[in-house]
Write a protein that binds this ligand. Structure first.
Ligand SMILES: Nc1nc2c(ncn2[C@@H]2O[C@@H]3COP(=O)(O)O[C@H]3[C@H]2O)c(=O)[nH]1
Length: 495
């Protein structure tokens, strides 16, 4: 086992490392905001010096710990391999650009206080620790479910910092002109920082309404501020719009898709009942899946990742399906990769009796009903999440019309289904002859049940009677239908 000294850190996934980086980021931000503020504003009163000294020391301790304890233990990638060796991690850090910057950031120029007095400029090298902040930002983004929230916060932070720098400059400019000496400069009243920040907000965001600058210096300062506002500030605001735009791109895609479809239906004078159903379909699909086509999203990923996701989401459901019991596991995984998810609205027919079966379905959520009778008012069975249907006609050859649907199936409420196309199923089965035999056997069994027993069932259906007539179903029949039969319904329907 590794000794504690030999332990390395996985910077990509270890949340404790990200928590540590947040502390380094805090120290870095303390330095960036306060070194600049203390440099420009008169904050070094004798009473405040001990406080600044202790805060500086704390921030330095965080920097030091980061450079001595955390950075040299970070795993890294070399020629595609993840290097976890402690000695190599240390060597990698020592040879990096980051190490040089970290070391310069730690140089105690503060000692110059003794010679030149307490000035925050001697701590300016602490700003070289910016890499830690950017690393924290990247790592946080990669573990957040809604990374755009952090991106927006970060961009707002940049805006606030720009304003902060401008407030500092305005105070220095006012001091240079003489505080309270002209109308344009800071008057000397109230909190200096707050007043200067307020000036920065009005001037950088180009709100205006400021006292007119008079001297050449004031006019130049004010003009530079307006230009900076127009170019830098607006590009930051543009960046924020991009972040929010990217975060809501899915929603915008869905909206434009729906709008285009509606426009198309209006142009072609499609009846409003149909239009409303289409709208409902869009809305429900969006609410249920958060996207219109899941496969689009996964398409770009390497096969191994798509497999990992598919297995994680659906393999457990698949393994429970009776029809696939005894089939090769790898075949199930191959099938998972070919599934397409689709939503049916309440009352929609998924399968019509007599049609040629080209796909089978697995219920992801919701339920479907096998119905019959003159106006499809008789419910023979209700199938719920995890059940398969549409397999009978799929597993039969076209001889004697065996590939025709044997019943009507309609969605009961909103039904989210997986569709597996016949072509895909047979493409897969070519590679799994054993599983093919298992499925063929099950198919024959289902068809046998369609022999004398099922013929009777269908006959009774035609008459609009209960699935199994007045008598309870025989165990053989129950077995033949793979337990798909909803007992309560059958019982209810007994006349
Ligand atoms: N014929 C029949 N089909 C059923 C029953 N219960 C569920 N189903 C499913 O309804 C589907 C209709 O299309 P298929 O014939 O392809 O496959 C059928 C079965 O998967 C039943 O009791 N009888």
């Amino acid at each position: 086992m590794d000794s504690v000294v030999g332990v390395t850190i996985d910077p990509f996934t270890d949340r404790r490392y990200i928590a540590w980086l947040s502390l380094v980021t805090l120290a870095f931000n303390y330095n960036t905001w306060f070194i600049t503020a203390r440099l420009c504003f008169p904050y070094h009163s004798p009473g405040a010096v001990p406080l600044w000294l202790s805060l500086d020391l704390l921030a330095d301790l965080v920097y030091l710990t980061d450079s001595l304890v955390f950075q040299p233990r970070k795993q890294f990638v070399k020629a595609g391999d993840i290097i976890k060796d402690r000695v190599m991690s240390k060597k990698n850090y020592r040879e990096s650009e980051r190490f040089k910057l970290d070391m310069v950031a730690l140089l105690p120029f503060d000692l110059l206080y003794l010679q030149f007095g307490f000035k925050s400029i001697f701590r300016a090298n602490r700003l070289l620790k910016a890499d830690a902040f950017f690393e924290f930002s990247d790592r946080l983004e990669s573990i957040m479910a809604k990374a755009y929230i952090w991106r927006v916060i970060r961009t707002i932070g940049y805006l606030l910092f720009m304003l902060h720098l401008n407030a500092c400059l305005y105070y220095v400019a006012s001091d240079y002109q003489g505080i309270g000496l002209t109308k344009w400069v800071y008057s000397g009243d109230g909190s200096a920082y707050l007043r200067c920040y307020y000036f920065a907000v009005r001037s950088l965001i180009n709100i205006g309404g400021l006292n007119e600058p008079h001297t050449v210096f004031e006019i130049s300062f004010q003009m530079t501020n307006f230009f900076t506002g127009v170019f830098v500030f607006s590009s930051l605001i543009g960046q924020m719009r991009d972040v929010i735009g990217a975060a809501t791109a899915g929603q915008a895609y869905f909206r434009s898709n729906m709008d285009n479809t509606v426009a198309y239906m209006v142009t072609n004078r499609i009846p409003s009942v149909v239009q409303n159903r289409v709208r409902t379909w869009y809305t429900y699909t969006w609410d249920a899946q958060g996207m219109l086509d899941e496969s689009e999203l996964l398409d770009k990923m390497p096969l191994v990742m798509r497999t990992a996701i598919a297995v994680d989401i659906n393999l457990a459901t698949f393994q429970k399906i009776d029809l696939f019991k005894g089939c090769d596991q790898q075949m199930l995984v191959d099938m998972l990769l070919r599934l397409k998810s689709i939503v049916y609205l309440p009352g929609d027919f998924v399968v019509k009796k007599g049609d040629i079966g080209k796909e089978m379905y697995i219920i992801k959520s919701g339920a479907v009903q096998v119905v019959g009778g003159p106006d499809n008012s008789i419910i023979f069975v209700t199938l719920k999440a995890g059940c398969v249907f549409g397999e009978i006609s799929l597993l039969q050859s076209s001889k004697d019309g065996g590939n025709r649907r044997t019943a009507n199936v309609k969605a009961h409420g909103f039904a989210n289904l997986f569709v597996l196309e016949k072509k895909d199923l047979f493409d897969i089965l070519v590679h799994y002859p054993e599983s093919q035999k298992v499925l063929a056997r099950k198919g024959r069994k289902l068809m046998k049940a369609k022999g004398p027993a099922a013929a009777k069932v269908e006959e009774e259906r035609k008459k609009g009677l209960a699935l199994f007539g007045p008598k309870p179903p025989t165990p053989k029949l129950l077995r033949a239908f793979g337990g798909n039969i909803n007992r309560t319904l059958i019982d209810k329907m007994k006349v």
